[in-house]
Design a protein around this ligand. Sequence first.
Ligand SMILES: Nc1ncnc2c1ncn2[C@@H]1O[C@H](COP(=O)(O)OP(=O)(O)OP(=O)(O)O)[C@@H](O)[C@H]1O
Ligand SMILES: [Mg+2]
Length: 312
Amino acid sequence: MRARGSDPMLVFATSDKGGTGRSVTSCNIAYRLCLRGHDVAYVDFDFGSPTAGALFEIGGVERGIAEGLGLHSYLQDQIGEPARLNVTRSTDRSQLRRDPPGSGKLVLFPGDEGGAEFGCDDVKVERVATLLSSLLGEFSVVMVDLSAGRSVALELALRATASGPLRNCAHRWLVFHRWTHQHVLAAGGLVHGAHGLIKTGGEWGHDSEALLASTRCVRTAVPAADRTRSGDRPPQSAWLDEQAVALRELAMANRIGAAMMLGQTPIEPMLQWREQLILDVDVNAQLANEATVEAYTDLARRLTDKSTWDIE
Ligand SMILES: Nc1ncnc2c1ncn2[C@@H]1O[C@H](COP(=O)(O)OP(=O)(O)OP(=O)(O)O)[C@@H](O)[C@H]1O
Ligand SMILES: [Mg+2]
């Protein structure tokens, strides 16, 4: 199965800061999309730290695939095709080896172990466009995890989608950020700032309005709302409530308020200790919170729901 009755979608996962939860949330969304029947490619464009293999628990690929086989080598024109790994067949996690009925395939395109950041040039832009457009012929969702900040990966993605074969395909931009003062400012800057996504995209030939309409934020590891917190001292509780209001106002002022949100994830204790997929068995074993799986499922649903995107 390739798609579920809709056009294939290219999704870029970005963040201004590192450590926002971009990769963990993206791979969990990718997994939930598979359970919903989508064939998903997970493309590791975090060139400075290609560790997606660790999230899927693929032995030997935790820090990238053997040098000369992965995305770094492909983009530098050293190989014709980058390595691919079917997650449910290559993972060491036994519970992930089962393909529930109706689920799609999940394929990781890893970077090279020891691979580093490199410069952006026309050849690499063309190779990105060639790779991603070919993946869109095979997968219903192609999810690309970009290096944090205004990185080469972000520039490659913006340039590759501005013209050529990707110009007319559906591309979506997810900006991940923590729900803190500094992260809200940073994420607002990445979307709307002088050297941000919309401005830079416009300079590379994107229609700024369409790009903005294709962009949503994901708030990660959001602390529980006041009513569900327990054990807070009254002054602490009042301060936390004030901060919650102030943060919402800050997000609005930085134009990443509720209307720009795809969704949010709650703090998940398992993920505070270990970067991984949260499976239903983790909830059934009472290790993970049900709300975490619900959040990933909801993000997957909203991402592929036409009504989320006010675009033709
Ligand atoms: N909902 C959550 N609750 C608690 N911890 C989380 C949650 N989501 C992610 N984390 C944790 O936050 C840390 C950073 O996440 P992750 O590595 O995905 O961020 P990143 O933005 O991809 O970072 P980098 O820029 O280094 O690639 C990880 O330890 C991860 O397990
Ligand atoms: Mg990451």
